[in-house]
Design a protein. Sequence first.
Length: 278
Amino acid sequence: MSAEDTALAMAAVAALHDELKAYPKPGLVSPVDSGAHADMDFALMSKSVDALLQPLALLAAAGREGRSFEDALMPLGIAAEQRMLAATGGVNTHRGAIFSMGLIVAAIARAGALAATVTPDAVRATLRCEWGEALEAHAARGSAAVSHGALVRRKTGRDGARREAALAFPSVFEVGLPALRQALEAGIDSNAASIQTLFTLMEAVDDTTVLYRGGLDAGAFVRRSAATFLADGGCFQPGWRERAEHLHRSFIDRNVSAGGCADLLACTLLVARCCGIR
């Protein structure tokens, strides 16, 4: 494990902390409150993020070496989950983030090993070339697995994180990054840019955390709420924070939390950080 791998893991941890600190995020944990989550709070989530530094460094090292998904990345991801659960007393705070962020970290490390400049296109191409076939097989097997994503697929026909990974994270590269870049270029602060990106993801993504907790009705509510917020100007308009806080309370009342989109936001922030998008 090199200094580069440790630095990349530190950037990933920083991105997870940035997502966690952003506010207001409808239904999600922040420094202000626990949102729609009765079993976790900001302190627990922060502890969980910090516990992932070494596992993410190991994933970076495996990615840099081009090791296989089945023999290296997946076992390291499982070990990261175990470390998370030990840190949180068994509370699942970041299982989805470990899967998505772990793959993104591995791809950034590998892209850096293959080229002098790391770009979003290079990261995505690396995901496809190095692990695309294995991720396709993993997504296919996931339809028979006992997991939130598999259960949601059976009930609703909607795909989850495994399919997102098999497609090389279109939500990150085609939705999240353009939204974040537009927000930053417009001159809004980093918190507002994160919230704008989150709402853009919420409008575009079938979030399996939402679908698992509330079914198709909850999914439609989230996408409709995000679309309305963005159509009204999103975070580019005065009063955006009050409108977002109102939605936050509505999500809590419905026990809805777009945790999958929060994971994708963290991945977006990492790619932006590593590719010089500020």
